[in-house]
Design a protein around this ligand. Structure first.
Ligand code: DHB
Ligand code: MG
Length: 597
């Protein structure tokens, strides 16, 4: 797949954008007119830079307000176009994007539109330039790709074709299968954007919320299949107007964008027989091997885990690392990284083939992580997620291969038997989409619908990504910008949260206090259908409750140690959520505790 990207996706000046696109491995770019106009470099200098960087200039865009206008207006359009054709000659690019008219169109007449586009194409031909006509979803009269193709056919010029843009097709819910009716030679360009499924006006949705493939709700794989079957063999270009990507680090966004196309090419390669685009298969996690917490002084975490009913699993033979266990839940405390306060720093996953998992991660641009190992120690393969969290893979077995490296653990049975239910990672707002792409592409997880939870300092957006068998459930949260350190937590599932909470309280664990108002409300909501004794016990212990149909969810939180806290959960009757209705109360309680420290 030849890859391209519109300069409008990125922040910074044109030269920085081009350098970042080349560094990220794109083959070409679409240069946005406004980016060139604002640059101090001449078109000749930009052309030379692209040549030096190995980037082709695949398209110049956009040219607006062409068709459906009065004759006077059209004469001015030709004058304007001539000036831009000259710029394109200097840039050395031969394809111009022409958007369907959204502003000046006053005449709804396909014959006139075809005539005017034809005349513009004839003028372009004197420069050796081709035009790609694109239906914008909010075009005044032309807003459907089939309509744009009709007009192109009607104009019937050898240098006039169409540009397909996934956003304009899928945002309107148009049937993309009609693409196969288009002559592939006349599809001059393909622009791709994903987007969250939103119910809002098309223009604002398009200009602010587009996403890179794999981060939204559009079926881009299906769309590419139609485009491929139409016979299109040109570049696949990203055109993603997004408020976040336009203001964040340009080289990081370019790499992120390129990763989305690597993922997409892999997903479409099977159907389209493009073996060169194929990646090693995503490895579904069989289990969570461990969760690691790192920090300078983790004694308070040792204490808390002991109070929760974990048992000490020993110290590592050669490193300043300790293990705590409760049934199948294993927590590693790592004091080797002395610069950090207490953070959730790594996740270990067991998979069928760890080598394949890490090879895939690296091909998707995730940086490999190396930790020093000593003779006889198990070497784990790992990459870093976009936020720096390390993901380790090990081959699934009866028990983790690294377990014997921990010595001196207590042999007593654990009071708590648990398994990691979900892991919740707070991210700064600008890293959210990248994290979603990483979890989907590298970890092979599938997104659940986004939840939004009102917190005391802003709306918290939460996207759970999970494996097919629910072994891994990763909640990606956007922390409110005012929270100093994005909080993270590990939720541990056990059979009896009430008993576990009694045990933890008796052992002196600092649990999160829950306000009485919460239980008054619980009584109002469920009092009619809930056992009185249960309600009283929830209130006495500070345990949260939620219900979905016949399913019930009991959960309780510890207070945070640094940037980490724990949750004990009990799922009854097939409850499948995360207690989202309780999140505002939890966030409020956490804020109160933090304020009193
Ligand atoms: O929002 C726009 O104006 C705009 C311009 C060019 C495009 O290719 C497009 O999809 C949208
Ligand atoms: Mg477009």
């Amino acid at each position: 797949m030849r890859t391209s990207i519109a300069t409008v996706c990125l922040s910074g000046g044109l030269v920085e954008k081009l350098e970042s696109c080349a560094a990220a491995g794109f083959d070409g770019v679409e240069i946005m007119d406004a980016d060139l106009v604002a640059a101090v470099e001449s078109p000749e200098e930009i052309r030379a830079l692209c040549a030096r960087l190995g980037l082709t200039i695949d398209m110049y865009q956009p040219f607006r307000d062409v068709e459906g206008v009065t004759d006077d207006e059209f004469q001015d359009t030709l004058r304007r176009a001539e000036a831009k054709f000259t710029v394109m000659d200097r840039l050395g690019t031969d394809l111009m994007l022409v958007c369907s008219n959204v502003g000046t169109a006053s005449i709804d007449d396909d014959a006139l539109a075809a005539e005017q586009l034809g005349a513009l194409a004839d003028l372009a031909a004197t420069h050796g330039i081709r035009l790609a006509y694109e239906a914008l979803a909010w075009g005044r009269y032309v807003n459907d790709y089939r309509h744009a193709w009709d007009i192109v056919r009607r104009a019937d010029r050898p240098n006039l074709g169409t540009c397909l843009d996934s956003f304009h097709i899928l945002s309107r819910g148009d049937d993309p299968s009609g693409i196969e009716q288009i002559d592939g030679e006349r599809i001059y360009f393909v622009q791709l954007a994903d987007a969250p499924v939103l119910d809002m006006d098309l223009l604002s949705w398009s200009r602010h919320h587009r996403l890179f493939p794999g981060e939204g709700g559009f079926d881009l794989i299906g769309l590419l299949g139609h485009i491929d079957r139409a016979g299109y063999r040109g570049p696949i270009s990203l055109e993603v107007f997004n408020d976040t990507f336009r203001q964040t680090d340009v080289s990081r966004t370019a790499a992120h964008a390129r990763r989305s196309l690597t993922w997409l090419a892999d997903r479409t390669s099977e159907a389209e027989h493009r073996a060169q685009d194929r990646l090693p298969a995503a490895q579904q996690a069989r289990g969570i091997d461990f969760v690691e917490i790192a920090g300078q002084d983790l004694a308070p975490v040792d204490e808390l885990l002991s109070q929760l009913g974990f048992s000490f699993g020993g110290r590592h033979r050669s490193k300043d690392v300790r293990l705590w266990e409760a049934g199948d839940a294993r927590l590693i405390l790592n004091e080797q990284r002395r610069s950090e306060s207490c953070v959730l720093s790594a996740i270990g996953l067991s998979v069928d083939d760890a080598a394949t998992a890490s090879a895939r991660g690296e091909l998707l641009g995730a940086p490999p992580v190396f930790r020093r190992t000593y003779a006889g120690e198990h070497e784990l393969r790992a990459v870093a997620a976009p936020d720096g969290t390390e993901v380790y893979w090990s081959d699934a077995g009866a028990e983790p291969a690294w377990l014997p490296e921990f010595v001196g653990g207590s042999l007593a049975a654990t009071p708590l038997r648990a398994v990691v239910d979900h892991i919740n990672i707070g991210h700064p707002w600008q890293e959210f989409d990248e994290a979603v792409l990483f979890a989907g592409a590298v970890l092979g997880l599938t997104p659940e619908p986004v939840e939004e939870v009102p917190g005391p300092v802003g709306l918290v957006r939460s996207q759970v990504m999970r494996s097919a068998d629910d072994v891994v459930r990763l909640a990606i949260n956007v922390a409110p910008p005012t929270s100093p350190e994005p909080p993270r937590h590990v939720a541990l599932a056990c059979d009896d949260v009430l008993a576990a909470t009694r045990h933890a309280k008796a052992a002196g664990a600092a649990l999160l206090p829950v306000p009485a108002n919460y239980y008054d409300d619980l009584e109002a909501r469920f009092g009619g259908t809930m056992d009185r004794a249960l309600l009283d016990e929830l209130r006495a212990l500070g345990v949260f409750y939620d219900r979905q149909g016949a399913g019930e969810f009991l959960h309780v939180y510890t207070q945070a140690v640094g940037g980490v806290f724990f949750e004990l959960v009990e799922r009854r009757g097939g409850y499948d959520g995360y207690g989202a209705p309780n999140a505002p109360v939890r966030l409020g309680a956490q804020r109160r505790v933090a304020a009193h420290r």
